[in-house]
Design a protein around this ligand. Structure first.
Ligand code: PNW
Length: 496
């Protein structure tokens, strides 16, 4: 027969979103322009010693003024979606204790309209780490249940002003990283920690992360409730959350290490997803921490469960995981109940899970993508998923000349391997609907300032000129290939 259906050649579903991701603090700059209030990250980065290269996001990559150029870059690549976040302090400089900043609303309208007019679907995160400093000063932000009211108020405003054009909402970016870094190790604002976990003036590393997490979970549920009751029917969008998702590979085949890996996951990701989707914290957390830290009031627990339309997965790396209940682990490493008595590390007993990168936490292990997606699919009944971030960081030191800086072979290899692994999970039935590369541009990489680069485009931080890297051309190719294959589906056949 001369006719062959190409249906099976298409690796990704027909309406798959291919995009790039960004966040307000890391991209926008304009930190005091047009009525914006100070955020926790503005205040944090202005203290000496907080950021490794002494920089801050005051200007960042000036996306606030250069967004049109950046939308053009997206168009060049051919993406059909862009993940961005809204700066809470740009929209509500003083949270619910002040006015809506109309100039902030106008900026996001300009950006969203620029996207929509070019056929690019906005995928919008409501909070990507940055919150108005006012909420920290007034009531210690996530440590107080008061913040639930503030978040609900803010989310309502976002839906009201932008929901006619935004069909994908993410309430929180990586709340697990936010509470671990903000309240356990203290390396992000509000710089709280205790004991051997870090070096802070205030805090309690063994308790505060769990309190902050409960308030984030309930804030998420409150926003979802507002969306579903007031907006979803008319606006027709979907709402979810984006978790940092590490694949924990059991270090050995022993049932102890398998349980150790399971506990590591429960204390990292399921910690948030279980209450939101299944209505209660993971059983392992209850067993190890006891009821007190995890208690939702009766009133609060009634609000839990079924609180997502999709799960956002930010996946970069895998670690080995080892049991520390039946086996002994090094003092201070994995021996803590706050991490479920599991030791997790990219390197164990002389074995390394993958090639290291310029970032101490990022190791290349593409198989982890298929495994984490399959794990989430199985645990949460194959609810819709998006890979809301995946990317590779490099340090400028390893790229001495501009020519080399653009020739990012390692990033291409990384992305290509992870995307293939994602395709394998989809082939086996995972309902994954989109993939976003972190990031469109080099940008402000939190603790590392501008010394770590994740962009498909190189940014010269002096001139702010953007130049596409090899990886941008690689991504363009991936998208074009997908379009031609998906275009041939739907009953079309092609002559061979
Ligand atoms: C994410 N880890 O952070 C954030 O969502 C982005 O804002 C950030 O720029 C990007 O990944 C690259 O770092 C992470 O320790 C923070 O595994 C920590 C981890 C992973 C991602």
């Amino acid at each position: 027969c001369a006719f062959v259906s190409l249906e099976d050649n298409s690796k990704f579903p027909r309406n798959f979103l291919f995009g790039t991701a960004s966040s307000s603090y890391q991209f926008e700059g304009a930190f005091l322009s047009d009525g914006k209030g100070l955020s926790n990250w503005d205040v944090f980065t202005h203290k000496t010693g907080t950021i490794l290269d002494g920089t801050n996001g005051d200007v960042a990559v000036d996306h606030y003024h250069r967004y049109q150029e950046d939308v053009d870059l997206m168009k060049d690549i051919g993406v059909n979606s862009y993940r961005l976040s809204l700066s809470w302090a740009r929209i509500l400089p003083k949270g619910r204790f002040g006015n809506v900043n109309k100039a902030g609303i106008a900026y996001y309208n300009r950006l969203i309209n620029a996207l929509v007019n070019r056929g690019i679907e906005p995928f919008v995160t409501i909070t990507h780490y940055d919150i108005p400093q006012e909420l920290e000063n007034r009531y210690k932000s996530w440590l107080s249940s008061e913040i639930q009211e503030d978040f609900k108020y803010y989310a309502d405003i976002c839906f009201k002003y932008f929901g006619d054009r935004v069909k994908y909402w993410v309430t929180f970016n990586e709340p697990n990283v936010a509470v671990i870094c903000g309240y356990r190790t203290g390396v992000y604002p509000p710089s709280r920690c205790s004991g051997s976990f870090g070096n802070c003036s205030y805090g309690d590393s063994e308790r505060e992360p769990f309190i902050a997490a409960s308030n984030i979970i309930l804030s998420h549920m409150a926003a979802v409730d507002v969306y579903r009751t007031k907006y979803q029917k008319n606006q027709g969008g979907k709402i979810g959350i984006a978790m940092n998702a590490v694949w924990f590979e059991p270090f050995s085949n022993s049932s102890e290490d398998k349980l150790g890996a399971e506990r590591a996951q429960s204390f990292y990701m399921n910690w948030f997803l279980d209450p939101i989707i299944l209505g209660k914290y993971p059983a392992e957390m209850h067993q190890i921490l006891g009821a007190e830290l995890l208690a939702f009031s009766k009133y609060d627990s009634e609000k839990l469960k079924n609180g997502l339309d999709f799960i956002g997965i930010n996946h970069y790396t895998s670690y080995y995981a080892k049991d520390c209940i039946f086996s002994s682990c090094e003092e201070g490493k994995g021996s803590s109940k706050t991490e479920g008595f599991a030791l997790t590390s990219a390197q164990m007993n002389g074995l390394t899970i993958g090639e290291p990168s310029a970032l101490a936490w990022l190791y290349v292990h593409p198989q982890g993508m298929e495994k984490i997606v399959t794990y989430i699919k199985d645990r949460y009944n194959n609810i819709a998923m998006f890979i809301t971030e995946n990317g590779f960081g490099t340090s400028e030191n390893s790229y001495p000349t501009t020519k080399d800086a653009l020739n990012d072979v390692k990033r291409v290899e990384y992305l290509n391997g992870y995307l293939d692994s994602l395709a394998a999970a989809i082939r086996k039935g995972a309902d994954v609907r989109g993939y976003f590369v972190w990031s469109l541009l080099d940008n402000f990489e939190w603790k590392h300032g501008y010394s770590i680069r994740f962009g498909l485009h190189h940014v010269d931080f002096a001139s702010l000129n953007r130049t596409p890297r090899m990886s941008a051309f690689w991504y363009k190719n991936v998208i074009e290939e997908h379009k031609s294959q998906a275009g041939n589906r739907n009953g079309h056949t092609q002559e061979r």
